[in-house]
Design a protein around this ligand. Structure first.
Ligand code: PGA
Length: 253
């Protein structure tokens, strides 16, 4: 059985003291929650990773970054490398988020390079794929997802842990959630691709998270789908009460 993963993507939110407040509340609540079988990951802005990983040392959550450089080191102003993260004890990293694809023009080939850098440092990549509203309305969702999978995962063995997140772009931050059936359909396509192009064992083991306006009110119906193994949660992960409520729902299921 695959573990369930509840991951919070804070994006560019919170001041230092807000991060401390969140973590104080969250760590207290998490301590009283037996969440065996449910992995919890918090992805704050890079500046707060050290603080979050300090809290994580005495707690049971993992700390993840939101992006990584495709380069190893050197003259890349503003970038952070995978080896820097691993030297700080950071265990997870989101790559290929649609906001990076949109605002920073990231292509699958670049995301593939970032993936390789993370795997070399034994950091668990959380690789995002997803279609835009125009693509869904044009009826090409399946092809868009398959192209992204091919572009990012070509030649990747899946011998190390990899997490995939299906995040329909039209559902991110919009309050519009994919229905459980819509999400399940794409999750099954993703798992089938891994089965056909990597191996049946890799397909069985890879956690596939849903992301896009997931919240306490809709998490249960989404993660009860057979191929939905948890969530990558933006807005609702900023509130410690909502985030812990989602962890608890996952535990109960
Ligand atoms: P949202 O964001 O939950 O605010 O829709 C999800 C994400 O972008 O990872």
């Amino acid at each position: 059985m695959r573990n369930v993963i509840i991951a919070g993507n804070w994006k560019m939110n919170k001041t230092f003291s807000e991060v401390e407040d969140f973590l104080d509340d969250f760590v207290d609540e998490l301590e009283g929650t037996d969440h065996a079988g449910v992995e919890v990951v918090i992805c704050p802005p890079a500046l707060y990773l050290e603080l979050a990983s300090d809290y994580a040392q005495d707690s049971t959550f993992f700390t993840g970054a939101q992006d990584v450089s495709a380069h190893e080191s050197g003259a890349y102003t503003g970038e952070i490398s995978a080896s820097m993260y691993s030297s700080m004890g950071i265990t997870h990293c989101i790559i290929g988020h649609s906001e990076r694809r949109k605002y920073h023009h990231e292509k699958d080939s670049l995301i593939h390079e970032k993936l390789q850098k993370l795997l070399a440092e034994e950091i668990v990549p959380i690789v995002c794929v997803g279609e835009t509203l125009e693509e869904r309305e044009a009826g090409i969702t399946r092809n868009v997802i398959l192209d992204q999978l091919k572009g990012v995962f070509e030649g990747i063995s899946f011998n190390d842990p990899i997490v995939i997140a299906y995040e329909p772009v039209w559902a991110i931050g919009t309050g519009k959630t994919a229905s459980p059936e819509q999400a399940q359909e794409i999750h099954a396509i993703i798992r089938q691709w891994v089965k056909a192009h990597v191996s049946p064992a890799a397909a069985e083991n890879v956690p596939i998270l849903y992301g896009g306006s997931m919240k306490p009110e809709n998490i249960a119906e989404l993660i009860s789908q057979p191929d939905i193994d948890g969530g990558l949660i933006g807005g609702a992960s900023l509130d410690a009460k909502k985030f812990i409520a989602m962890v608890k729902t996952a535990v109960e299921m």
